[in-house]
Design a protein around this ligand. Structure first.
Ligand SMILES: Nc1ncnc2c1ncn2[C@@H]1O[C@H](COP(=O)(O)OP(=O)(O)OP(=O)(O)O)[C@@H](O)[C@H]1O
Ligand SMILES: [Mg+2]
Length: 387
């Protein structure tokens, strides 16, 4: 009943199936260009996972320890530096599925529900023997609030606690990716085996990243293409380079002429990168920049954020009240059931006494008939004797 009330009021809650997206990894470390220290750290992480089975199963340490058996890695670095692609490549190297946690589904409007969802995703990863991936984990593994003033903060703290608890009991591989290592709650420090830093690529790496974004055989390149010049001109992340390559290809294909003769030229790559940078400028413009911060729009954004926070708090309180209501309905239901049982008992007792009363009446009637029969017989005998 409680579930149907929930569904009626709030349109239902998420099911475990939607909390993660299962990815069959296709990209490997061959598709990634990384600085030597990052690559070393990743190889070390891989070696740890591969030796995990030896240490815990064959050497029996899993039987001696019930917690702390998992391997948690933290990939930290600026946007577009290859954290997500490396999580996929790690799963690929281990021949496991990658389960990407979906925060939109994980975050429930119900107090306590998000914590349950966190537990569910760990169970799903254990069941499927998959690599569990918390991408952009700042959102969920952020620092706990030290003083709690609204229900939302209490919930956020509870989620981090559950996450730490699940991590302790999980025996598989978990990867957290964040843009800023400092954003993650310090309590993770003890549970995370290896922190791997992803840095912006240097010129050599950028040159190779430009090249790996294209298909070695199929992508038609013009003779004037010079990746070294592009790498030197644009100190951008791998993510930006990827987007610039895709734009360059689009620009090249819409130019006039037969498709079979089309090539991607240096000018297309230059225009592609110019568009990527222009788009970034638009994104960071007016609403959020210094000048805009004091403008009316910024004020509106602040109020919106505050309003959102308040709504979350109110929703938390509402959900708590609903839980209490649910509890009351349940206890009322219990009382009703107990009352009905008691009524049925009294009813059957009354029936019983009624039937036993009727039996007594029947006995008296039989007795009276018997007495009158005896008397009638006696009267007959007497009258016969007189004759
Ligand atoms: N080091 C790299 N080598 C090769 N390609 C890269 C590299 N870094 C990024 N890329 C390309 O950019 C794309 C985006 O990178 P990715 O999503 O892995 O970055 P990220 O660090 O996870 O970024 P974010 O913090 O925004 O999530 C990748 O799919 C890949 O094509
Ligand atoms: Mg990412």
């Amino acid at each position: 009943m409680a579930d149907s009330i929930r569904d009626l009021l709030f349109g239902g809650v998420s099911t475990g199936r939607e909390l993660v997206e299962a990815i069959e990894p296709r990209r490997s470390f061959d598709d990634v260009v990384l600085p030597a220290p990052t690559l070393r750290a990743l190889n070390h992480a891989l070696a740890l996972v591969r030796k995990h089975d030896l240490i815990f199963q064959q050497w029996g340490l899993a039987e001696r320890h019930s917690s702390g058996l998992g391997l948690a890695f933290h990939f930290a670095g600026p946007p577009g530096t290859g954290k997500t692609i490396c999580a996929e490549a790690l799963a690929y190297a281990l021949d496991k599925k990658l389960l990407v946690v979906r925060y939109a589904e994980l975050e429930s409007r119900w107090v306590g529900q998000t914590s349950k969802h966190v537990a569910t995703v760990f169970r799903a990863a254990a069941r499927q023997d998959a690599v569990l991936f918390f991408d952009e984990a700042d959102a969920i593994a952020g620092r706990r609030f030290t003083s709690i003033s609204v229900a939302y903060e209490r919930e956020a703290n509870a989620i981090v606690n559950v996450l730490l608890h699940e991590l302790e009991g999980f025996a598989g591989v978990v990867i957290f990716a964040t843009n800023l290592a400092a954003n993650i709650d310090p309590a993770f420090e003890r549970r995370i085996r290896t922190h791997i830093l992803f840095e912006m690529p240097d010129v050599e790496e950028r040159e190779r990243i430009w090249a790996v974004q294209l298909h070695a055989r199929k992508t038609p390149l013009a003779k004037d293409v010079d990746f070294r010049a592009l790498a030197e001109a644009y100190p951008r992340s791998g993510g930006d380079i990827k987007n610039a390559v895709l734009k360059a290809a689009q620009i090249a294909t819409v130019e006039p002429g037969p498709d079979s003769e089309k090539r991607i030229h240096q000018r297309h790559f230059i225009q592609g990168m110019a568009e990527v940078m222009a788009a970034e400028n638009v994104m960071s413009q007016s609403l959020f920049d210094e000048a805009g911060a004091s403008g009316p729009l910024a004020g509106m954004m602040d109020r919106l954020a505050e309003g959102q926070e308040e709504v979350r708090g109110e929703l938390g309180v509402l959900a708590e009240r609903f839980e209490a209501l649910e509890h009351k309905v349940r206890s009322l239901n219990d009382h009703y059931t107990a009352g009905r049982v008691e009524l049925e008992r009294i009813h059957s007792q009354a029936l019983e006494s009624l039937t036993s009363g009727r039996r007594a009446k029947d006995r008296i009637l039989v007795y009276l008939i018997a007495v009158s029969a005896v008397l009638a017989a006696a009267a007959l005998v007497v009258s016969l004797l007189r004759l």
